[in-house]
Design a protein around this ligand. Structure first.
Ligand code: SF4
Length: 189
């Protein structure tokens, strides 16, 4: 009788394709890594088992935190911020592959969750705001505004300063983070 063929892992490859400085913390890096296939079907299951996950079912993104690192899974890639260095990036990639494959192996025993279970942290939002405390948003500080944005009580569009050319990169990063978390962000930005 022929030997049973071992099942293929759900994720075989997650390749780091880009490493750049972290905008939220200049002492750290960000990276992008590419999956070799669409992994989005696992997101609702990861959303169930990972405490503090932020899932956007419509947008097919899942944001998770690992010891201060901010990691967003998209169907075909991962973007991660607040990473110590390239070695740390490689460890995060290995951890993710293991986490996803482990979750897939138990998929039949996990009830998928399609709702967002957590909010962004104020600290994750405030680090990507201009930090000038200019009060144009009518809040006394960027921190106060960030708390309202994280709680979905204020729109990020109210921070006019963020839409100045100087903050182009921070703006892109913050809007991506908000979108990934299922927060309302108008199209075209
Ligand atoms: S408008 Fe933006 S930069 Fe100015 S205080 Fe508000 S959040 Fe900070």
């Amino acid at each position: 009788m022929p030997a049973a063929r071992a099942e293929q892992p759900f994720v075989r490859l997650l390749e780091i394709v880009r490493v750049i400085p972290c905008l939220a913390d200049p002492s750290k890096i960000r990276f992008t890594a590419q999956f070799d296939s669409d992994v989005s079907t696992i997101f609702p299951f990861l959303n169930t088992i990972i405490p503090g996950a932020i899932y956007n079912h419509r947008g097919k993104t899942l944001t998770i935190r690992k010891d201060g690192r901010l990691i967003t899974l998209h169907p075909d890639h991962v973007s991660a911020a607040k990473i110590d260095d390239v070695l740390d990036a490689k460890e995060v990639v290995s951890w993710l592959i293991h986490l996803i494959n482990e979750c897939d192996s138990k998929r039949s025993t996990i009830k998928p969750t399609y709702d967002r279970r957590d909010q962004l942290r104020v600290i994750d939002v405030v680090k990507l705001l201009p930090g000038t405390n200019c009060k144009a948003c009518e809040f006394p500080t960027c921190l106060a505004f960030a708390a309202q944005v994280a709680a979905e009580k204020a729109s990020i569009m109210v921070c006019s300063e963020l839409f100045l050319a100087d903050y182009k990169d921070k703006r892109a990063e913050l809007l991506n983070l908000l979108r990934a978390g299922g927060y309302a962000v108008p199209d075209g930005f």
